[in-house]
Design a protein around this ligand. Sequence first.
Ligand SMILES: NC(=O)c1ccc[n+]([C@@H]2O[C@H](COP(=O)([O-])OP(=O)(O)OC[C@H]3O[C@@H](n4cnc5c(N)ncnc54)[C@H](O)[C@@H]3O)[C@@H](O)[C@H]2O)c1
Length: 282
Amino acid sequence: MGYTYDIPFHVDLSGRVAVVTGGNGGIGGMFCRALAACGATIVVLGRNLERCQLVVDEIVQGGGNAFAISADVTVEAAMLRVKSEIEERFGKINILINAAGGNVKTAIIPQEQMADGGEKTFFDIPVSEMQKELDLNLRGTWLPCKILTPLMLNQEGACVLNVSSMSAFSPLTKIPGYSSAKAGVSNFTQWLATYMARSGVRVNALAPGFFMTEQNHALQFNPDGTPNARQKKIIAGTPMGRYGELNELIGAMLFLVSEKASGFVTGVVLPVDGGYNCYSGV
Ligand SMILES: NC(=O)c1ccc[n+]([C@@H]2O[C@H](COP(=O)([O-])OP(=O)(O)OC[C@H]3O[C@@H](n4cnc5c(N)ncnc54)[C@H](O)[C@@H]3O)[C@@H](O)[C@H]2O)c1
């Protein structure tokens, strides 16, 4: 029996190669496990090889197929090396999930509005840190797409899944770089979907609502570890009144990567958000 993981439904991905950037992270790691449980061979891509290897070991020990590659998704030379390694080893990619991303702490400001004052304002964010935020989330999505999608041409069920955010629809306070980069991710997803529509590669995105993971920890907790006011606002702004559980993203992911389920779906940015995006707050 192959690798098992708690998935809401099974789609047959046997024979498929799935590359997951940020595959050692919260959302990416869970996607690796879920795809492996559907029979895909997983390339777990992250900056930290040891952390990628942990995900690989779990999948392989459970009877699945997985392989770790370390690379920074914002660096062209690194991604070209990834392309050669994958080409040599597998000769193709069927599924590309761009889950590397997140908030860059040094580009976060403490206040929601300028009038709130505070020691660090928008005007104090170093250009380098704002650029880091844009690079990680936007460049870190289009660069892997640009370099890796040629390996997806003429492959069964070829599809890209990007990870956008609620902040793409209307910007979240305190994180101007992240918000504008994620708006770019949604826009680029639609652009690439149109561009590749007749090539057999579908391109979609998920827009998760609020899930507790490493990259957003600093935004949700006070320095002493207690929940901060932003957490209460998030829960009040989410009609379902709670944070999402990471495994609640799996069904939407499997739907979008299965051409049997979503073969005529391309260019969508699918919210999985407990209603956050449909609620005006009043
Ligand atoms: N958690 C949420 O509530 C939430 C909401 C909306 C969108 N997202 C998005 O989901 C994606 C996954 O985030 P997560 O919440 O699982 O966070 P996470 O911190 O658990 O995972 C992010 C992963 O990206 C990797 N990474 C960071 N920079 C990288 C780089 N330059 N090259 C390669 N890998 C890099 C990290 O090592 C980590 O493995 C991100 O794009 C994030 O913006 C998360």
